[in-house]
Design a protein around this ligand. Structure first.
Ligand code: SF4
Length: 609
């Protein structure tokens, strides 16, 4: 099929050898690439006892047929591994330039297995692969590592880990092009466990599409829409969401104790844009240019780079009670340089702050720091401690679920996570669809599996408080985005370019690959991917009891705008989850039925998990 380069390289770091295989030998017709292919391979290559940080856990860098094409927002690649933070497929994606350049270097994907006996990096140029000594880079930050490798290999693109990945922080990220994160569930720690510091890609291969004129035609209309729909995100970046969530009671504040932040005016996205942003930046071939390249200084530390995004503005802003953009930007840059996820880092600090204020954590247990909300003095120090796993940083480095398990003493009540993943910037009490999305998501509280904040908060085409009746919409949304993550397209590009319905995606994939897709088939591929990931979760021991939200969202009402205080009705919420099981063709306990697996061609998994 066109769109693909045609080869995938499997590298075994233990044996220091690699093998090049035809992409067509992989199930790309059923799973496309990226997240879908990763889910299938991960289920088959691991078992329940595979530890995420063991050498048995594969680490896969996968593009899709759409990656690196001349279509809109084709910058993205996927990393799949068994995630340390959640023990689910990591299913993380990143933009920038690295993904398209992996294809230019001659491969659709890299599957890394085993563990090196000393720090190494992988260098790939025009189909040639070598494993190089990285001893001199171990311990260095992402920025210094990237600068060094860029100097050594001009025009190459770099994906690297920082000290957080080396020290196995459970939410360490892989950073490409310095500022773009494969974030959330800890793929960087898996890379660190393999002593793999970086992957450098370089090459001249051009991605061929089946019908270049057809691709232009599909995107001619989409480009018009892109300019209209993306206007705000182009101007302000994702922090444009701050006023939206703050006014609807969905801006997580002080560890989700409130849904709006009384100092949110100081986090006005216009302030970020016009006082701190030096230029707008785009990923490979993207007209939206949503990224802000900022500069700031805090406590004598001067930084410049991309971000913060909206989610970071929540996690290191309202959720820890910080309204200072200088601190926020420096914290974001430190997380990027250490290579760790900003949402989980900020949310875990917020969790500890609440435990401290409630007297569950004593001052001695938090290195004698004043851990109250709003104490800005401790934040940068904490980031150093987390990345190095020093003092209180050791517990903080495990994320909310595991830290709470180790602390005990009733801390579980305040541990805000779903399946081990801390929620991003949407309090579900003011956007119940986001709550359903978190509870049903197959990697925990992720905003990107079915971005229900779009119809409920942005476009206001759906009642944000209604619980029942959304199950089919959510199922289809999840299925479409599973395909978007597998072809792979940036979700903003998909949303703002109006390539967010199955029929248009089918047209785009048809002109890219030359294989005739229908909208119905796109939904079926998405369904297959979703079921594959569900099987993985069931095998790991997750059950229907995990398809829920933290009690706080059911028991503690928050102001969701205009003084209206609401919590979520638990009984109705769980009924809605059952509706969703039914819509998915699963049984009452959320297990894919025999007929569903047969329908999707997944017969080999019947009765297995
Ligand atoms: S919309 Fe933003 S994140 Fe997506 S490809 Fe464009 S610049 Fe990158």
């Amino acid at each position: 099929m066109k769109g693909y380069v045609g080869t995938i390289v499997r590298i075994n770091l233990s044996d220091v050898r690699y093998e090049i295989e035809d992409t067509e030998n992989y199930p790309i017709y059923d799973f496309l690439g990226g997240r879908g292919l990763g889910a299938k391979l991960l289920l088959d290559m691991t078992n329940k006892t595979t530890e995420p940080l063991s050498e048995e856990n594969p680490l896969m860098f996968l593009t899709g047929p759409y990656t690196g094409t001349p279509g809109i927002s084709s910058a993205f690649y996927n990393v799949t591994t068994k995630a340390p933070l959640t023990r689910t497929p990591s299913g993380s994606h990143s933009g920038g330039f690295w993904g398209p350049h992996l294809k230019r270097a001659g491969f659709d994907g890299i599957i890394v297995e085993g563990r090196a006996d000393k720090p190494v990096y992988i260098y790939i140029e025009d189909g040639k692969v070598s494993i190089e000594d990285a001893t001199n880079l171990w311990g260095k930050g992402v920025f210094e590592t990237t600068d060094y490798l860029e100097r050594k290999y001009p025009s190459a693109k770099i994906a690297a880990i920082g000290p957080a990945g080396e020290n196995l922080v459970w939410y360490a990220s892989i950073m490409n092009d310095k500022y773009r994160a494969v974030g959330r569930t800890g793929a960087g720690a898996v890379m660190g466990s393999k002593l793999l510091k970086a992957i450098v890609v370089k090459g001249k291969h051009r991605v061929e599409v089946a019908d270049p004129q057809g691709l232009k035609d599909v995107f001619a209309e989409a480009l018009k829409n892109t300019r209209v729909k993306a206007a705000k995100v182009s101007e302000l970046g994702t922090p444009a969401m701050i006023p939206v969530t703050n006014s609807t009671g969905t801006l997580p504040t002080r560890n989700f104790q409130q849904g709006s932040y009384e100092k949110a005016d100081n986090l006005d996205p216009k302030k970020l844009r016009y006082e701190f942003t030096k230029k707008k930046v785009a990923c490979y071939g993207c007209p939206i240019r949503c990224s802000n390249f900022t500069e700031a200084e805090y406590e004598g530390i001067r930084v410049k780079g991309e971000g913060p995004e909206y989610e970071t503005t929540m996690a290191f802003g309202s959720n820890i009670d910080n309204d200072d953009y200088n601190l926020l930007i420096v914290a974001n840059a430190l997380c990027n340089d250490y290579g760790m996820d900003t949402i989980t880092a900020g949310d875990t600090i917020a969790f500890f702050m609440e435990l401290y204020e409630r007297g569950i954590l004593t001052k001695e247990e938090v290195d004698n720091l004043d851990f109250r909300f709003g104490n800005k003095e401790i934040i940068l120090d904490l980031l150093h401690k987390i990345a190095k796993r020093e003092g209180v940083g050791e517990l903080l480095s495990l994320g909310v679920r595991e830290a709470s398990k180790r602390i005990g003493r009733g801390s579980e009540r305040y541990a805000i996570h779903v399946k081990g993943l801390e929620p991003p910037g949407y309090d579900p009490r003011g956007s119940v669809g986001m709550g359903l999305n978190y509870a049903t998501s197959n990697r925990g509280a992720c905003h990107l599996r079915a971005a229900m904040y779009v119809p409920e908060l942005l476009y206001k085409t759906m009642d944000r408080f209604q619980i029942r009746g959304k199950h089919e919409y959510i199922r289809d949304f999840q299925n479409v985005l599973a395909v978007v993550d597998s072809m792979i397209m940036c979700k903003f590009g998909s949303r703002y370019g109006y390539l967010d319905d199955a029929d248009t995606i089918a047209k785009a994939l048809t002109v890219v690959t030359g294989y005739e897709y229908s909208g119905e088939e796109i939904l079926k591929i998405g369904d297959r991917i979703w079921n594959m990931e569900r099987l993985f979760l069931l095998r790991e021991g997750y059950t229907h009891r995990d398809d829920t939200l933290p009690e706080r969202f059911f028991e503690e009402p928050v102001d969701v705008g205009n003084g209206d205080k609401r919590a979520i009705n638990k009984e109705e919420f769980h009924q809605a989850i059952k509706d969703w099981y039914r819509a998915r063709g699963w049984d009452e306990s959320g297990r894919p039925t025999r007929w569903k697996l047969e329908e999707l061609g997944l017969d080999e998994y019947i009765g297995k998990f």
